[in-house]
Ligand binder design. Structure first.
Ligand SMILES: *Cc1c(COP(=O)(O)O)cnc(C)c1O
Length: 387
């Protein structure tokens, strides 16, 4: 007979309280529920920019739109190429493809799962219009090497910071790294209003272009329908911004807990034969830990699925990792490179392996007690360890 294991219980996500409630009432009582009439979106943008040491923040409808808008502002045009990591959530490549650009996936580092900068450099052509590093699970990509690549090639960077609220690279927040950064506030993200997104700009002109485009190309204060550029309606509403102001105020304390818990948990996972936790990088001196990720080198995708199910049965919020973007039907609908999938797979051996062997645990688990990290590691060892 198989052993019965008591289910572990972790804090719920999202977390909220009187601050979010007060914010919602504040927004409601303004009588104007869009940003053009209220003050919550404006206030949130100021607070979010200041928190990330950025000059400007533009709040938008969601993280996918944040990427799409940022790429457009950076000059990504139909037919141009955007270099993206092969191992990421599909929005990274989809945003480029929605603009009519070609998404060019490149391999990631097998330890950090972040974009391989040498592979990104090798993928640059005369058509490349942007390079999009993703700060995987909160671990900032090698922004030193990427900034140099951008300066040398003249190709702008767009940081996909959907996992990286509050992250730091050598003491600098992601809004202070000399490139545009896009965030998500979707329900599972590190701060949330159910949906939402933001773009950080260091440059006033880019920010202004972004503002006009996020509001149907309409200049500020326009009353005569003189739409100046193409665009769409990517405006955040007042309720979301009011909730996000409260969520931002919770972030630092939660990051401190997650950093401590991941230190414990990753050490324990590292000691399990057959389990390899995501590597760190000392230059990323603050990691907000959007996911607790690890690999099970050598497992089949099927076996990995069984392991994830077994972890869930014990109350551990475990999920299979992303699929290499070119391993989806969506990727091939439009804006894919003119290469067979086998060739992309040959160029991205690490993304291929990660597609089968990567597991992630929800960050709410890292808000659990330190003692629970031992329970989690014991369960992983039990379910996934070799011998
Ligand atoms: C969540 C996420 C996005 C998209 O954000 P949405 O708000 O869900 O549209 C983009 N990139 C990455 C890496 C993400 O994890």
């Amino acid at each position: 007979m198989s052993e019965v294991h008591p289910k572990l219980e972790f804090p719920v996500w999202p977390q909220y309280g009187d601050e979010e409630r007060a914010g919602l009432h504040r927004a409601l009582d303004q009588g104007q529920w869009w940003r053009m009439g209220g003050s919550e979106v404006d206030a949130f943008e100021r607070e979010f920019a200041a928190y990330h040491d950025a000059e400007h923040a533009l709040a938008v409808t969601n993280g996918t739109h944040a990427l799409e808008l940022a790429l457009q502002v950076l000059g990504v045009t139909p037919g141009s190429e955007v270099v993206v990591p092969a191992f990421t959530f599909i929005s990274s490549s989809q945003a480029a493809q929605r603009l009519g650009a070609v998404a060019v996936p490149v391999d990631v580092d097998p330890g950090t799962y972040n974009i391989d900068v040498a592979a990104a450099a090798a993928a640059i052509t005369s058509k490349t219009s942007a390079i999009m590093p993703v700060h995987m699970a909160g671990l900032v990509a090698d922004m030193d090497a990427l900034a140099k690549l951008s300066a040398d090639s003249g190709v702008p960077l767009l940081q996909d910071a959907a996992h990286a609220h509050g992250a730091r690279w050598r003491g600098r927040k992601v809004g202070d790294l000399g490139s545009v950064a896009a965030f998500s506030f979707q329900n599972g993200k590190l701060m949330t209003a159910g949906e939402g997104g933001a773009v950080l700009f260091g440059d006033a002109e880019l920010y202004e272009t972004g503002f006009v485009r996020h509001s149907c190309g309409r200049p500020r204060g326009d009353r005569g329908y003189f739409h100046r550029t193409s665009g769409s309606n990517f405006r955040m509403n007042e309720f979301s911004a009011a909730v996000l102001r409260a969520q931002l105020a919770r972030l630092d304390e939660q990051i401190a807990v997650r950093e401590q818990r991941w230190q414990v948990l990753s050490g324990l996972l590292d000691g399990i034969d057959g389990v390899v936790p995501q590597a760190g990088d000392d230059r990323c001196d603050r990691n907000p830990h959007y996911m607790a990720m690890f690999r099970l080198p050598g497992v089949t995708e099927e076996r990995r699925g069984e392991i994830v199910e077994a972890l869930n049965a014990r109350g551990i919020p475990a999920f299979v990792g992303f699929r290499a973007v070119y391993r989806t039907d969506a990727f091939w609908e439009s804006g894919a490179p003119d290469l067979p999938v086998e060739e992309l797979a040959r160029r991205c051996p690490n993304a291929e392996a990660l597609t089968a062997d990567c597991v992630w645990l929800h960050h709410r688990l890292l808000l659990g007690t330190e003692a629970q990290m031992y329970d989690v590691a014991a369960a992983v060892a039990d379910v996934a360890g070799r011998g």
